[in-house]
Write a protein that binds this ligand. Structure first.
Ligand SMILES: Cc1ncc(COP(=O)(O)O)c(C=O)c1O
Length: 399
């Protein structure tokens, strides 16, 4: 009988009873808005900012409506003006170019390498050619490039680095947390990320002026004193009348869910990585290329990517895996499907350079989510199905 996998690739773990209890407590007060506090009370959103700043090792944190919103505000509060160029690795998901566009920036896409990192040589060439003063570095699918080389290059060219850590929350590079290399970082708490409040975003920085601008932009009215991990009052007084309100606050219910989940994040990272390694070990012997990760990259294996080379018709391979219950996403298709859009599908950006290397890398790139509702045994089953289908398709390709 053909082995089939039955579980859903989009099912996350339930919200814990502890988080539910805290949410119910907040619901009973009716004070869901972060500035709706009684005298002496600290809102849950402010407590989350303190907790997350501590976790991240950052001086400041802003809780907001979504990861894409945090990216937008990160760029604006870092000083991006309409028409400014923004270097960005070409392989990312649609909210990233969307956030650049929303902030008035003009993306200058940079090639990626075989391991899905930004290509430092191409970054240097495009930094020189464009004169861009911003880099939006998206650690796409959790792959962290050579952060020291990238940070040095940014210093040399006077480029402000903004890190998109939607897929690297909790990860480290040489012991330092992802998000601690740029001037500002953005995280997402949308359902499929490492914390799940349905929607949500976190912005972290050590820069007090940037943090104050971000808080006011997020829609603080003049109630910025009710933020956690925020700069001093005098910083706000300096910037508050020159900073617009682009409302995008987080509410106390989401904050309550996230505070409880944050306590379990490191343990969940261990669970993701155990699953990732089982999958990698199962796929490699089948000739599927799961590149080795650098020893100093403490990544989070919440998804896995591999190159499917020598198996001929990739859409047919993906369809065969799907027929056996295994959902793979292919980033090489000309037409975007679900979240797999490519740099050449963001037509609203106007004319952008073609990137043949990125296109070639994505032509063989397959991607799979690893929800924690999968047990380790499930990962063995999935790897077996993929490996069998790869062998069968490779056989057909050779015939
Ligand atoms: C790489 C990347 N960056 C940013 C975001 C934006 O996060 P959100 O969905 O919370 O706006 C996402 C979410 O899909 C993402 O995958």
């Amino acid at each position: 009988m053909t082995l089939k996998f039955e579980k859903s690739f989009t099912q996350q773990e339930p919200i814990s009873e502890k988080a539910i209890a805290r949410v119910v407590e907040i619901l009973r007060t009716g004070r869901l808005h972060r500035y709706n506090t009684t005298p002496g009370e600290t809102a849950e959103a402010a407590l989350l900012e303190e907790d997350y700043a501590r976790y991240q090792g950052s001086r400041h944190c802003l809780a907001c409506a979504s990861g894409g919103y945090a990216l937008h505000v990160a760029m604006r509060s870092a000083g991006l003006k309409p028409g400014d160029k923004v270097l960005a690795n070409a392989w990312t998901l649609a909210p990233v170019p969307g956030a650049i566009h929303n902030a008035g920036g003009v993306p200058v896409f940079v090639e990626i390498d075989e391991n899905w990192h930004i290509d430092p040589q191409d970054l240097q060439a495009r930094a020189e050619a464009s004169g861009a003063r911003f880099l939006m570095l998206s650690h796409m699918r959790g792959h962290i490039g050579d952060m020291e080389a990238i940070a040095n290059l940014c210093d040399r060219y006077g480029i402000t680095m903004i890190e998109d850590c939607a897929h690297t929350m909790g990860a480290r590079f040489k012991g330092r947390r992802s998000g601690r290399f740029g001037r500002v970082a953005a995280f997402s708490a949308q359902t499929y990320k490492h914390l799940n409040s349905g929607e949500g975003g976190l912005l972290t920085t050590d820069d007090p002026d940037l943090a104050a601008r971000a808080v006011v932009m997020s829609g603080s009215y003049m109630l910025y004193a009710r933020h956690g991990a925020a700069p001093d009052e005098e910083v706000f007084r300096r910037i508050r009348l020159d900073t617009p309100n682009y409302s995008g606050r987080m509410d106390n219910v989401r904050a309550a869910i996230l505070r409880v989940q944050l306590e379990g994040l490191d343990e969940n990272i261990r669970r993701w990585n155990a699953r990732w390694h089982i999958l990698a070990q199962g796929l490699r012997p089948a000739g599927l290329d799961v590149p080795e990760r650098a020893a100093h990259e403490d990544f989070v294996g919440s998804s896995i990517q591999f190159h499917a080379r020598g198996i001929g018709d990739i859409p047919a391979f993906v369809a065969s895996c799907a027929a056996r219950g295994v959902e793979l996403k292919w980033f090489g298709a000309d037409e975007p499907q679900g979240f797999t859009s490519r740099f050449d599908s963001w037509r609203y950006l106007g004319e952008t350079a073609d990137l043949p290397r990125t296109r070639a890398v994505l032509a063989t790139t397959l991607d799979m989510r690893v929800p924690l509702t999968f047990e380790e045994e499930d990962c063995r089953t999935i790897a077996r199905i993929i490996a069998e289908e790869a062998a069968s398709h490779a056989g057909k390709a050779r015939a």
